[in-house]
Design a protein around this ligand. Structure first.
Ligand SMILES: C[S@@+](CC[C@H](N)C(=O)[O-])C[C@H]1O[C@@H](n2cnc3c(N)ncnc32)[C@H](O)[C@@H]1O
Length: 499
């Protein structure tokens, strides 16, 4: 069992302990929700990642959603064939190989991605794309001012995207085709928590997400302001009202947020890039392994680098024909709340080796984050202080610590482990309950929750489902954590009996 520093997986801000001001305290937490809760129909079944297609309350809307997201209604004629579409993009952008990849949708959840037309060997080049074909944050349009700060790369890249988007009717056929294949703007927007109403963000039950959304909200407002000011002085200004310009700016930032990557350049320089074709590759975690340390379905099987003036994607292993190409999106895709914030989806994390994910637990008014295999030192210390008054130091087992800076003098007693396990189970159960019902508009407590969900627009179904997915993913972490702690307690008791 690993006790880790609270900050091991987190950024500085979210690693701070937060006294619960907004949320109910530990004692009242489950009581309050149990009181009015019913089991959520949005909770996924089995071990599958949550899929909208499993949502059986509004099949029509959900179907509509999946079509709209994977294929634009105005997709140009003659490019229905997935292989040909990608091949045409490769020709336009001088990418190679020409015919190795195709677009396809996963059978399980309908999510579009890039698949192999034939097998590939480890280290083979799956995609080589000239950087000239990409939008690079350094080459932003002249009409953008006030965005020279390095932290404003998203604003610069969004300006480049807007420039291409607004000119796309007259110029470059390849860019036009690429733009026509991008996700439907409304659904893209609905997938990103920065656009969600406060109560939907709260329904995901992650304080880290709530705090990060607050920060992202203000950063977004600033970026939109800069882009709109730029657009006003651009050649396109006369065509758009203020409201339309701000909507466009949001759309550009959504595209950049979910589809750009960071590339290391020469002399320790790096830049942010929006790379057509490459931007259709989905995320798989490099850390997804089973108990025997073998890779499982959905793990990353490719990686990208800059090679001279190209962006190059190579196979990490020997790959089969029809396999989906997956790259690891990096730190912004873990833990799950951060992936939701950044990319608008909740990643599949396997439970037994869930190094990728964390779940929050409030205990005694403090917030902690546990993973399936680790708990923070602070949590152990705080719970021990609250639990034990006369512990016999002789009987306290010393534990191995995997962290080099591990606090060797902190011990996890069976008593403390049991308290934490109980709390994890309690919060884990709470994650399965429907959030405050009044967040579903027009919901009368007497009515069935199905009815309230049926009244949601398709985009609202998406945001509510994603919030439910994050609750589900936290539930799995909490239950795995509790199971691990219970195992530890059982082993300790056995050991005590033997001695
Ligand atoms: C770089 S794009 C990848 C291509 C995208 N699927 C498409 O159809 O345009 C990133 C977006 O794809 C989706 N995505 C990527 N990896 C995913 C995954 N493992 N599970 C679910 N959605 C994923 C998310 O919507 C994300 O914002």
């Amino acid at each position: 069992w690993v006790i880790r520093h609270q900050s091991q997986f987190q950024d500085q801000r979210s690693s701070k302990k937060i006294c619960s001001s907004k949320r109910p305290t530990a004692g009242s937490l489950s009581q309050q929700y149990l009181h009015s809760a019913v089991i959520s129909p949005l909770v996924p079944h089995g071990d599958e990642t949550f899929s909208l297609l499993h949502h059986n309350h509004d099949d029509v809307k959900v179907k509509l959603f999946s079509d709209a997201y994977t294929r634009r209604a105005d997709e140009p004629d003659g490019v229905k064939n997935n292989c040909l579409t990608l091949q045409r993009l490769c020709q336009h952008f001088q990418a190679s190989p020409l015919d190795l990849l195709r677009f396809d949708s996963a059978k399980s959840d309908g999510i579009r991605g890039v698949y192999l037309n034939r097998s590939a060997r480890r280290n083979d080049i799956l995609l080589q794309l000239p950087l000239d074909a990409c939008l690079v944050d350094e080459n932003y349009p002249e009409w953008l001012s006030n965005a020279y700060d390095s932290s404003q790369w998203a604003t610069r890249l969004a300006a480049s995207w807007l420039d291409v988007f607004l000119k796309s009717n007259t110029e470059n056929e390849g860019l036009h085709l690429w733009l026509s294949l991008l996700p439907d703007p409304e659904f893209l927007q609905a997938s990103l928590p920065v656009h969600w109403p406060e109560e939907v963000v709260a329904n995901a039950r992650s304080t880290s997400l709530e705090l990060a959304v607050d920060t992202a909200y203000f950063a977004r407002a600033e970026a939109v302001q800069t882009l709109v000011a730029g657009l006003r002085s651009s050649p396109f200004s006369q065509n758009w009202s203020q409201e339309e310009m701000s909507k466009l700016a949001h759309r550009a930032l959504d595209v950049v947020q979910t589809r750009s990557c960071r590339l290391e350049m020469e002399r320790n320089r790096h830049c942010r890039v929006l790379a057509p074709i490459f931007d259709f590759i989905n995320h798989g975690s490099q850390k997804m392994k089973n108990d025997n340390d073998q890779h499982v379905d959905g793990h990353a099987n490719a990686a990208f680098t800059r090679d001279g003036n190209s962006l190059v994607v190579r196979a990490l292993y020997d790959l089969q024909q029809d396999e989906e190409v997956l790259i690891d999106y990096g730190d912004s895709a873990r833990p799950a709340w951060k992936c939701l914030l950044s990319y608008g989806f909740v990643p599949r994390c396997n439970d037994s080796k869930a190094e990728d994910n964390l779940a929050e637990v409030y205990m005694m008014g403090q917030r902690y984050e546990v993973s399936a295999e680790t708990i923070p030192v602070d949590m152990v210390v705080d719970v021990a202080a609250a639990t034990a008054t006369d512990l016999d130091a002789q009987n306290i087992p010393k534990l191995p610590f995997n962290t080099p800076t591990g606090p060797e003098n902190v011990v996890l007693t069976p008593e403390v482990a049991t308290r934490i396990a109980e709390r994890c189970e309690e919060v884990g159960f709470f994650m399965l309950l429907v959030p405050e019902l009044d967040s579903y508009q027009n919901f009368d407590e007497e009515e069935d929750v199905d009815q309230a969900l049926a009244s949601l627009a398709p985009t609202e179904v998406l945001s509510h489902s994603l919030a439910a997915s994050l609750r589900w993913s936290q539930h799995k972490v909490l239950i795995a954590c509790a199971e691990g702690l219970r195992r530890f307690v059982a082993e300790e008791e056995l050991r005590k009996d033997r001695t």
